[in-house]
Design a protein around this ligand. Structure first.
Ligand code: GDP
Length: 194
């Protein structure tokens, strides 16, 4: 097991104040309810990240210190319909400051629901990260819910949308079957092994 210990060390609600960078970090972002907390808990091998019963409730950037040397960062979810304009603005300011100023950020895992075609907000997120030069890979979540016969088709839809922006890695993943988990861990391990 690469991830030996995990501790939530900082919860940031306002732009600007981040913990000491240490060896750097990878971050996770996606629409509310995409399965981000579940993925983090799966990677951690224990239930630390809060699995929300109320989508749109997590409005902070949560820093999980891993192996006392690097962070896995839980960014607030987006795309939840019942969120006020002011709240959306706050989300954008918080995440934008993080993307622009957190030079120790090595890679973002952008989580997109694999059961359906990419949503407008997902594509906006892709365009935004590309624009800000934030390196990212895409994780297609809940792939266990896709019928075998539909799988190639839906993955191709996601691939063709991604292609409009560049050559990005796409990882089909499921918390149920654990498909894709090793691949995600391998990427993180490669970044922080040394
Ligand atoms: P978050 O809002 O992005 O943190 O999403 P959560 O991790 O709270 O998950 C939202 C819902 O999706 C919960 O009911 C999870 O049990 C479910 N879920 C998460 N990952 C998967 C998955 O890989 N497969 C399936 N079938 N359900 C999942």
């Amino acid at each position: 097991m690469f991830i030996k210990n995990v501790e939530l060390v900082d919860t940031v609600y306002n732009p600007g104040k981040y913990p000491p960078p240490l060896k750097g970090e990878v971050a996770f972002v996606g629409r509310s309810n995409v399965g981000k907390s579940t993925l983090l808990n799966t990677l951690f091998g224990r239930k630390i990240a809060f699995v929300s019963k109320h989508p749109g409730k997590t409005r902070s950037i949560n820093f999980y210190l891993v192996n006392s040397s690097f962070y896995m960062v839980d960014l607030p979810g987006y795309g939840y319909a019942r969120v006020s304009k002011a709240e959306k603005k706050r989300w954008k300011e918080l995440v934008e400051d993080y993307f622009k100023r957190r030079w120790s950020l090595k890679l973002v895992f952008l989580l997109i629901d694999g059961r359906i075609p990419p949503q407008e907000t997902d594509e906006m997120m892709i365009a935004w990260m590309k624009d800000l030069d934030v390196p990212f890979v895409v994780v297609l979540t809940k792939i266990d819910k896709v019928k075998r016969s539909e799988r190639a088709k839906i993955i191709n839809v996601h691939k063709s949308v991604l292609k409009k922006y560049g050559d990005y890695t796409l990882i089909p993943y499921s918390a149920i079957t654990k498909e894709g988990v090793d691949k995600i861990l391998e990427i993180i391990e490669t970044i922080f092994r040394k």
